[in-house]
Design a protein around this ligand. Structure first.
Ligand code: KMH
Ligand code: ZN
Length: 311
């Protein structure tokens, strides 16, 4: 029987964690590029990328900032570049789409419903802040709504999906998001192999209990039949248990400092590549193999790295 190929996605920096939470979180263009390339060399087939302001590490959206690191990553690896459309809860939809539109991305995230996306409880553990913006930003998640209305999602499908042939990592934070996606499939706005990303353990989304992953998978089977690939990310301390469970259940995996700063109980990961190596070791110990970027492109129906605007 052929060895199962597993897609490792690495989410390099995101917009959840702030510089004071870990000295290893990449925030400058050099750090983001270095760690993305290292993660690809460690086995990540897909690199999920956000931009950050080089001055103080706050989430950024302007294409010029993305272009301070994307060309180097594109030149150094054949990994799939997956650009966020989630950005940060403080951004408008236009701001959130700017990076992926500018480069005509092969892949982008698409968040399948509005929700609370709370990280404020971490303030209880944070005593000092490198930058003034951090405390305000984190506290702001107590009252912010991460907006992804049906109209917003329609716009993402039209402006990125149809116009650029960009395909999506559908972020599903709770069971209802699967039904939202099915609504779009039924309308013919989502075609080809579906790539579900089950997101567990975010405060505001479904909890990180193993039975929730089993249930989400069960509902996905019911709604999408065989026509989908799926992956799991677990937030924070839930990362490795949940991606290991995903591997055992036949899924793909997503790691990276965007979603967890840890490399084990109470230990900060020193890089994205460290987390990629950890899950790669688990997968290979289970007799699985790592999908290459081109195998991932084939599995997900992507347009090819030569079709993006990065020189
Ligand atoms: N940070 C993850 C929980 C996005 O960038 O659009 C989901 C995510 C969303 O990566
Ligand atoms: Zn993201």
């Amino acid at each position: 029987m052929a060895t199962r190929k597993v897609i490792i996605t690495c989410a390099v920096t995101g917009s959840i964690h702030t510089p004071s939470m870990s000295p290893h979180l990449p925030v400058t263009p050099e750090q983001i590029a270095d760690q993305a390339i290292e993660a690809a060399e460690a086995g990540a087939a897909i690199l999920h990328l956000h931009a950050r302001d080089p001055k103080d590490g706050r989430p950024a959206f302007d294409p010029t900032t993305y272009r301070q690191f994307l060309p180097r990553i594109h030149a150094a690896t054949d990994a799939v570049i997956n650009i966020t459309t989630g950005g940060a809860v403080t951004m408008t939809l236009d701001q959130r789409l700017a990076g992926a539109l500018d480069v005509s991305a092969e892949m982008a995230s698409c968040n399948m419903g509005s929700m609370n996306f709370a990280i404020f409880p971490i303030l209880e553990k944070m005593k000092t802040f490198e930058h003034d913006w951090e405390q305000v930003y984190i506290e702001g998640t107590r009252s912010a709504i991460f907006r992804n209305t049906f109209a917003d999602i329609e716009q993402i499908f039209e402006r990125l999906g149809r116009a650029h042939g960009t395909r999506f990592e559908f972020e599903c934070y709770e069971v209802g998001h699967l039904y939202n996606l099915k609504h779009f499939v039924d309308r013919g706005l989502v075609t080809g192999p579906i790539f579900l990303q089950f997101v567990l353990g975010v405060l505001g989304g479904i909890g990180a209990d193993p039975e929730n992953l089993v249930h989400m998978k069960h509902i996905a089977d019911k709604l999408f039949g065989e026509r989908y690939q799926w992956s799991v990310l677990g937030a924070g301390r839930h990362q490795m248990p949940l991606v290991t469970q995903a591997a055992l259940m036949g899924g793909n995996v997503r790691v990276g400092l965007e979603d967890s700063l840890m490399s084990g109980p109470g230990r900060l990961a020193t890089s994205n590549a460290e987390q990629v190596r950890t899950i790669r070791g688990v997968l290979e110990a289970l007799g699985m193999a790592i999908a290459t970027p081109d195998e991932a492109r084939q599995m997900l129906g992507l347009k090819g790295r030569d079709k993006i605007r990065l020189g």
